[in-house]
Design a protein. Structure first.
Length: 163
């Protein structure tokens, strides 16, 4: 017969496993953003605007079309996937204004030993990386995000006739 004490113990085990799972995904999101930032070879990690300091590469979510920085441990989670956006601020010269902001929607899910990273957009990309802590494990994902930015910044879009 199942007792209340047994249910409490099961809940305690469940709660610990759940917290560890989401913590692992939040740390993966941070590592992805850090590896993307490193791969860009930025001269600075922050820029100033209106007296405030902002990261060139940041984690958050898009709310009503606007990027909002957010602690990765407080991001939306659904269906065992962590959903977030990575913002990259672009400029034509260091500290130039206005800036162009690119946001890449990302889903990360642990598939048992590997992380499934889905880059959501016009052409969705699904990549798998090792679940183990390893430097550079998100390098392929970072490269795909940068390629997505390059694809969006295609000047041919302003010359549809090819003239």
């Amino acid at each position: 017969m199942i007792t209340y004490d047994m249910l409490m113990q099961q809940y305690k085990t469940f709660d610990k496993a759940r917290d560890m799972y989401w913590d692992r995904l939040a740390k993966a999101a941070i590592q992805l953003a850090n590896e993307l930032e490193e791969s860009l070879h930025l001269t600075a990690k922050f820029y100033a605007e209106d007296g405030k300091s902002y990261r060139y590469v940041d984690i958050g979510e898009v709310v009503d079309g606007k990027f909002v920085p957010k602690n990765p441990h407080l991001l939306n989670a659904d269906d065992l996937s962590l959903s977030f956006a990575i913002k990259v601020a672009l400029e034509v010269a260091p500290n130039a204004f206005p800036k162009l902001f690119f946001s890449q929607q990302v889903l990360i899910k642990d598939t048992g030993g590997r992380l499934q990273v889905t880059l959501v957009g016009n052409s969705e990309h699904i990549l798998f990386v090792t679940g183990a802590d390893a430097t550079g494990k998100f390098s392929e994902v970072a490269e795909q995000i940068k390629q997505n930015i390059v694809d969006l910044l295609d000047p041919a879009a302003f010359n549809p006739a090819g003239a």
